[in-house]
Design a protein around this ligand. Sequence first.
Ligand SMILES: [Mg+2]
Length: 267
Amino acid sequence: MYGAILGDIIGSRFEFDRGGKTKKFELLTEEDCFTDDSVMTVAVADALMAAGVNASVDNIEKECIKAMKYWGRIYPNAGYGGRFWGWLFGGQEGAYGSYGNGSAMRVSAAGWLYDSVERTREVARATANVTHNHPEGLKGAECTAAVIYLARTGSTKEEIASYVEREFGYDFSETLDDMRRRHEHVESCMDSLPKALRSFFDGTSYEDTVRNAVSLGGDTDTLAAIAGAMAEGFYGVPQELKDRGDEFLESDMIGVIRRFEELNFEL
Ligand SMILES: [Mg+2]
């Protein structure tokens, strides 16, 4: 979970092209903060733990709705997208066909809790389906969780890349340099997944992956959350960085992260 959450915090001060599209920047400063990506990552983890590892898809969806609304109300000013805001607080009932990258930025817990890639993908879809039930919204979540699962269970980057191409059809052949040049601020799964995948595949460590994602500009906190979640599966996150991340988080969020990490050690 720290993979996504630290990515969100590190990317927070560069969102909307406030950075120089460079990998050279101070990693964490006083200006950084957690945003919606961290709050919803905590919410999904909380939901999946409440549902239990063998829960039905229906139950997972119910717990996700409950937890997202619970955590969203505790942290209403975290920078939610307009339609998600309407779902959290307004009259919007049910899923709204989104293909926004919100389904991918919040899904990382699903990459850690299950013992097959098929079950990982089924749960990832369920976490997305409650709001982001457009095929691309579902795919973005499923792909992110599958990459985490494959990375943490020993697949090489080559194996992961060919799995992603075969199963999800993303084209991530564009170089990071070209992505930086062409870039606009886009918050869709179709735009964010190739960028996050390229950042991960070209990265040499957790930190280097996050720097790749932030250097692309645009929706930097979410790009870094998705790429960082993938990198955590592959490299883990250094304890020193986790400790620094805690300084930016509230105690109730840290409580969920601790419970989640303890659960993982038992698996
Ligand atoms: Mg955000």
